[in-house]
Design a protein around this ligand. Structure first.
Ligand SMILES: NC(=O)c1ccc[n+]([C@@H]2O[C@H](COP(=O)([O-])OP(=O)(O)OC[C@H]3O[C@@H](n4cnc5c(N)ncnc54)[C@H](O)[C@@H]3O)[C@@H](O)[C@H]2O)c1
Length: 324
């Protein structure tokens, strides 16, 4: 299996789960955002970019790759709005280089990290796969464009795909955790405040029509996500598919995340309530009924405390991240 972006947060855990499941894995990453220490030591490592077609083809052939798990992408929503060119080049143009290399080397299976950002501001919750897609930023739009390419490449070249749409991956394993720069995800930000690396956590609005006035979001443990990627490989022998991956149910408010982090860490987490951010919907929760029914996926880490606890555990054992 080739894991593009395998030195990133989710890719490191996907590689770990592939190896646990008995697959041989090759990590393909240009380390633009990832960390060498996040590339699984039992996987071969190729440091190269998606836009390097020759290295892609060489890697697919030399390792006799059977399937690709494609996580490499640019994925900062705010950045995508001010620098759409970067997002179209990396998530679409470079992504097509990967698909063309697969076509040339007769590799016909791919699991793609899509995102629930393809839905934009959904009309109903929880969001289902059949709901309208209407991204509100270039990040979501480029992921949707790549899904479109997958559909047409399947028709013309027989490359089967599973596109997994998820919102917030969270949590860690003993070995691999989340280290982004800049960090934009709520759980690591809250834990950085608990660890004293930030003065406070800013809450963007507490006047939403939700349980406690703060926004409701969906969090899935990174191990559950990674297992879904491994499971999705099994469907590709027969057909292509699009699946949401979310916690379903009621999701969690920002204040509930902070409270869980206070309980887990036993530390104070100073808060500042600011204004709403433009374009922030009050609730974003994905339904995972389809993947549960069709592939038997079931999340093993459903409680927020467990998710936050695992992230805190990794931070404690890696005080300097992958540099330690
Ligand atoms: N983290 C989340 O909550 C979340 C939610 C929904 C979707 N996703 C998607 O999941 C994937 C992984 O997310 P993540 O949080 O692990 O991100 P990440 O930034 O930690 O990992 C991405 C990895 O891809 C590598 N990369 C980027 N562009 C590359 C290129 N052109 N060539 C080679 N390597 C390249 C980076 O160096 C990095 O190691 C992304 O596609 C993202 O859009 C993530």
């Amino acid at each position: 299996m080739l894991v593009t972006g395998g030195a990133g947060y989710i890719g490191s855990v996907v590689t770990e789960e592939l190896i646990v499941a008995g697959h041989a894995a090759v990590v393909y990453d240009d380390l633009s955002k990832g960390h060498r220490g996040a590339a699984h030591p039992e996987a071969a490592f190729v440091e190269a970019g998606l836009d390097d077609g020759a290295t892609l083809r060489r890697t697919l052939e030399a390792h006799r790759i059977e399937a690709v798990i494609h996580l490499a992408a640019s994925s900062l929503v705010g950045e995508s709005v001010v620098e759409p060119s970067k997002y179209y080049r990396n998530n679409v143009v470079a992504g097509l280089k990967l698909l063309d290399a697969m076509r040339e080397c007769a590799v016909r299976r791919i699991v793609f990290s899509s995102t629930a950002a393809v839905y934009g501001e959904p009309e109903k919750q929880p969001v289902e796969e059949t709901d309208a897609t209407s991204p509100t930023n270039p990040y979501g739009q480029t992921k949707l464009a790549f899904e479109g390419a997958l559909r047409w490449y399947e028709g013309a070249y027989g490359i089967r795909y599973a596109a997994l749409r998820y919102f917030n991956a969270a949590g860690a394993t003993t070995r691999f955790g989340e280290q982004h720069d800049p960090e934009t995800h709520l759980i690591p930000i809250v834990l950085q405040a608990a660890a004293g690396h930030r003065t406070h956590v800013e809450i963007y609005g507490e006047d939403y029509a939700t349980r406690d006035g703060t926004c409701v979001r969906d969090y899935v443990h990174v191990v559950d996500l990674a297992r879904a990627h491994v499971l999705a490989l099994s469907v590709l022998g027969e057909r292509s598919a699009v699946y949401n991956l979310g916690c379903g149910g009621d999701g969690y408010t920002v204040r509930e995340v902070v409270e869980a982090a206070r309980e887990v860490t036993g530390r104070d987490i100073p808060l500042k309530v600011g204004a709403r951010r433009a374009g922030d919907p009050s609730v974003l929760v994905a339904s995972s009924e389809k993947i549960k029914k069709e592939l038997g996926w079931s999340p093993q880490f459903e409680s927020l405390r467990e998710i936050v606890g695992s992230a805190w555990g990794w931070m404690q054992s890696h005080p300097n991240g992958y540099e330690s």
